[in-house]
Design a protein around this ligand. Structure first.
Ligand code: NAP
Length: 313
């Protein structure tokens, strides 16, 4: 793995890693839009987060059709911010989106059919006001649809120029191997695997990371801070404005006394190094050469800046 530092002012502080065996470099930190950019989010705060990210050298913005709530609203928010602040920099940015989870009613609104993936990407492009995305992901494996159908849809999406690269997310290792093989044969090699990897979930170290590296596929880690657990957010109670209070995806039951004790230990270790727990957790992931980028979420500019310091940006 090579580490790059680019020279234009915006890029001075950020490191860039090569994504598998490809021509693409990714900023070590990507910004994710799963939470914090939905319909009820403050547009000015969202704009400040995105502009701060870009100004600090983040080139990768990670979306999906269903990010919000409501579904689609994070893409709409991103599109508005992009048009206002980033459109002149389109060629300096990687925009990624995905389809796989439930998006609209009826039999064609989720999973991995060609019908769903094609329609969903067209909808995403409209919401984001873009002609193409840089990476289009199959967001989850579909046990019912033949893998060949899903992969051929990715191939055709790339061939018609609506996405420049294809990726997969949340696939188990056996299906990932088949996906890599299909895409390689079709001359649209899988650029990147996106999966959860953090100090509380080390499973990818035994399968997904070495497998992707051997296949020449990059890896990006999502939920690197375990949705905020691996920060100082919950060390002294549950703040009213936290994800644990407002999202069904992070519940109070996760915060066991055992976990809290581990978090406090890690926090002490981080403080001994003079860094925050969030920075400690991000550096821990980036110690792995197979990891191309970590996708952080942030509900404020301050959180994002704290996270960016993990890589000196
Ligand atoms: N492919 C997939 O299936 C999949 C699944 C999940 C996520 N993702 C991608 O990965 C991205 C990141 O996931 P995530 O949002 O779960 O990431 P995360 O970085 O693990 O958690 C983000 C949350 O942690 C808290 N936080 C972040 N930085 C902090 C700091 N420095 N100090 C204190 N608290 C901090 C904030 O919580 P508060 O809101 O409480 O302030 C923030 O909303 C998503 O946006 C999405 O793009 C992909």
């Amino acid at each position: 793995m090579e580490n790059y530092r680019l020279t234009a002012p915006r890029y001075e502080a950020m490191n860039y890693r090569r994504c598998g065996r490809s021509g693409i470099l990714m900023s070590e930190i990507s910004l994710g839009f799963w939470h914090n950019f939905g319909g009820s989010a403050d547009p000015e705060r969202c704009r400040a987060i995105v502009e701060t990210a870009f100004d600090c050298g983040v080139t990768c913005f990670d979306l999906a059709n269903n990010y919000g709530p409501p579904y689609g609203s994070a893409e709409t928010m991103f599109g508005q911010i992009f048009q206002r602040s980033l459109a002149a920099h389109r060629d300096e940015i990687l925009v990624t989106t995905k389809a796989g989870y439930d998006m609209w009613p009826g039999p064609y609104g989720e999973w991995g059919s060609r019908k769903y993936l094609m329609a969903s990407l067209d909808q995403s492009l409209k919401r984001m006001q873009l002609d193409y995305v840089d990476i289009f992901y199959s967001h989850r494996p579909d046990p019912q649809t033949p893998l060949e159908e899903t992969m051929q849809a990715l191939v055709d999406i790339v061939r018609c120029g609506k996405a420049l690269y294809a990726g997969i997310s949340n696939y188990p290792p056996e299906m990932a191997a088949q996906a890599y093989a299909y895409l390689r044969e079709a001359h649209v090699p899988c650029l990147v695997y996106q999966g959860r990897y953090n100090m509380l979930d080390r499973k990818p170290e035994s399968d997904i990371l070495p497998q992707a590296a051997a296949a020449g596929v990059g890896c990006v880690a999502f939920s690197p801070l375990a949705q905020g657990l691996l920060t100082d957010r919950y060390l002294h109670g549950i703040p009213e404005d936290s994800r644990m209070r407002h999202s069904p995806y992070l519940t109070e039951s996760a915060l066991t006394p055992e976990l809290l004790a581990r978090l406090r230990e890690w926090n002490e270790a981080a403080r001994a190094e003079g860094i925050s727990l969030a920075q400690y957790a991000l550096r821990w992931i980036l110690r792995r050469p197979e990891v191309t980028s970590v996708i952080v979420g942030a509900s404020s500019v301050e959180q994002l800046k704290d996270n960016l310091k993990a890589v000196g940006a």
